[in-house]
Design a protein around this ligand. Structure first.
Ligand SMILES: Cc1cc2nc3c(=O)[nH]c(=O)nc-3n(C[C@H](O)[C@H](O)[C@H](O)COP(=O)(O)OP(=O)(O)OC[C@H]3O[C@@H](n4cnc5c(N)ncnc54)[C@H](O)[C@@H]3O)c2cc1C
Length: 564
């Protein structure tokens, strides 16, 4: 059996494909931004005020996780609220692993950053008196979440996309980041594929901002769209940047169990209004699990659902909202009503099948308080980054905020980067072979199934070791990468899956969204710190500074709810 602490040799290569930049179409820019969600667009727009900026994104601009965000974006803008309260709530949910300086910087800048978003054209819902309407979500001690109906992400994405149209940013849609280019241990640009004709382009840049989002597609069941394949994380890992906190993957308990991908998220608000969770015999199984029953914290509900699914040998449990009445359901939850109807369920008459789904990757490319990675010239923002904001779990609606504020910080920090007039050539040989789509499809199924079975809501040493075995064998069987974005995504997912498994195996305790059945307690004596990994080095443990221990007392609740 493989040690789950080992990343398969086949995934340790520096570059995925052979190339010679001298034979590629070349572009030069001051700043290259990869990704067009809230993090990428914010960085590109701000940087374009003083630099030439190119933005590459693998689909159309609006194909992002940002688009799907429902609940909203957090910020201490209410009269009764304060930066100190937002800070305190974030630290509690992060269960001892937040970087307090980072939390302070992000929540401190939130009011100004949100006002700037409004000036850019984002319309948050308003109260009758004209002040911004604030929602309360799990883990927040008071209403703090700005929202645009139940489609906040789309509202933000649309406004930023519109602003991009009147900016000087050079936009390249349907371009796939293959690898980051390094010369003398500095990131100097990126190798990008045009999947339509299989040609490579090179973007040389004084600085690269990675904003490629999450990796929910590493799991069989996820709320994330198809673009979330961890490409940026894997490319940064190959380029030698440190990654951190990858054991922390947040699952949402109630995603609609249907064929379509991604799985549609059914918000906690429906349970908040009184919907029940039932097992296959029609019993409300949450009653015996937690005093808050269906409204227990998200990780508690996910684990209870998982237990029932195992006991009943089914891949879902049932959500029962029938007693809430058709009129109320239609008016209060129009989006959910429509999504259920599309999947063939009448929310007022049918039980709706739901199951936990991978939702948010807390870890990522390790950055400092200004978004610098450990690789000079490379910055990271948004879900791809491990900033230390979330610690061991994410406070609801803090992730859009993280991308927004970190990208602003990065652009301020870019003043340290001087324009370079060096010219480079990077050439790589010796990677050969062409994969075929059939190999990819079955390998992908195996990978996702393995992550879903062994590295999801609850983990054990045995399961993680089995996952490591499967991933190692899969990595060795993968065909050599071909000039095909699905094949490249598969390799990236294999790397991310191995790293998440690795980190989860290392952390022999339960904290935040990492739960080990064999180590069910939080262990501050041994684990008050972050797991950091870097290609070619042993993993290391970075203890949290003593000041942060004080900020997150040992008496914090074992489980903390989040709700977007
Ligand atoms: C259903 C759902 C609901 C959510 N609700 C909320 C909420 O209410 N509040 C909240 O704060 N958070 C929410 N989240 C989380 C939040 O949406 C994300 O964490 C956040 O939008 C990430 O933003 P980002 O800019 O980092 O990445 P994304 O918005 O995912 O953008 C990533 C970009 O990178 C591009 N990209 C990826 N790989 C490559 C490549 N190889 N080459 C080129 N480009 C590439 C993609 O095409 C995309 O443009 C939700 C998430 C989901 C899935």
């Amino acid at each position: 059996m493989a040690r789950a602490g080992v990343v398969p040799d086949a995934l340790l290569r520096r570059y995925l494909l052979p190339f010679d930049t001298a034979e590629c179409t070349e572009h030069e820019c001051g700043v290259l931004v990869v990704g067009s969600g809230i993090a990428g667009l914010t960085a590109a727009l701000a940087a374009s005020r003083s630099r030439t900026v190119a933005l590459v994104t693998k689909g159309v601009i609006t194909e992002t996780n940002t688009w799907y965000a429902q609940g909203g974006i957090a910020g201490a803008v209410g009269e009764a609220d304060s930066v100190e309260l937002h800070l305190a709530d974030t630290l509690v949910v992060g269960q001892g692993l937040c970087d307090e300086d980072v939390v302070r910087a992000v929540v401190g800048e939130a009011p100004e950053a949100l006002a700037d978003l409004q000036h850019l054209g984002v319309r948050f819902d308003l109260e009758e008196g004209g002040e911004v309407a604030l929602a309360r979500e799990g883990g927040h001690s008071l209403p703090r979440v700005l929202h645009s109906g139940d489609a906040t992400g789309a509202a933000i994405q649309s406004a930023l996309t519109k602003a991009l149209g009147s900016s000087s940013v050079d936009v390249f849609e349907r371009r796939f980041l293959v690898d980051l280019l390094t010369v003398e241990e500095r990131c100097v640009g990126a190798l990008v594929l045009d999947p339509e004709d299989g040609s490579f382009e090179v973007f040389w840049a004084d600085a690269v901002v990675l904003a490629t989002g999450g990796a929910g597609q590493a799991y069989g069941i996820t709320t994330n769209p198809l673009i979330a394949t961890g490409d940026g994380l894997a490319a940064a890992w190959r380029a030698g940047a440190e990654v951190a906190d990858l054991e922390f993957v947040q699952f949402h308990p109630t995603a609609l169990d249907h064929e379509a991908a991604p799985r549609f998220l059914i918000t906690e608000a429906l349970r908040g209004e009184g919907a029940y969770l039932l097992d296959s015999d029609g019993n409300r199984f949450m009653l015996g699990v937690h005093p808050l029953a269906e409204l227990a914290p998200r990780d508690v509900v996910s684990r209870a659902i998982e237990r029932v699914m195992t006991q009943t040998d089914r891949h879902n449990v049932m959500l029962d909202a029938r007693h809430l009445g058709e009129e109320h359901l239609r008016v209060r939850f129009p989006t959910i009503w429509a999504a259920c109807a599309d999947a063939g369920y009448d929310l007022a008459r049918d039980l709706v099948p739901v199951a936990p789904a991978a939702h948010y990757v807390v870890g990522g490319v390790r950055v400092d308080i200004d978004g610098r990675t450990s690789l000079p010239g490379l910055y990271a923002s948004g879900e791809v980054a491990a900033t230390g904001l979330h610690g061991a779990n994410r406070l609801a609606s803090n992730s859009l905020l993280e991308g927004l504020v970190f990208s602003r910080r990065i652009v301020r920090a870019l003043e340290e980067i001087a324009a370079s007039d060096s010219s480079y050539r990077v050439a790589v040989e010796g990677v050969e072979g062409i994969g075929n789509a059939e190999d990819c499809a079955s390998a992908l199924r195996e990978l996702r199934g393995t992550m879903q079975r062994h590295v999801a809501v609850s983990r054990t040493n045995e399961g993680l070791a089995q996952a490591a075995d499967v991933l190692e064998s899969l990595a060795s069987r993968l065909p050599n990468a071909s000039v095909n974005s699905e094949d490249l995504e598969l390799r990236n997912l294999a790397s991310v899956a191995a790293l998440v498994t690795h980190a989860a195996w290392l952390r022999t305790e339960s904290r935040g969204c990492h739960y080990r059945l064999d180590y069910p307690e939080r262990d501050d004596v041994h684990w008050l710190g972050r797991t950091v990994m870097c290609r070619g080095s042993e993993p290391r443990f970075a203890p949290i500074h003593a000041a942060h221990e004080c900020a997150a007392p040992a008496s914090v609740p074992e489980h903390v709810e989040t709700s977007d």
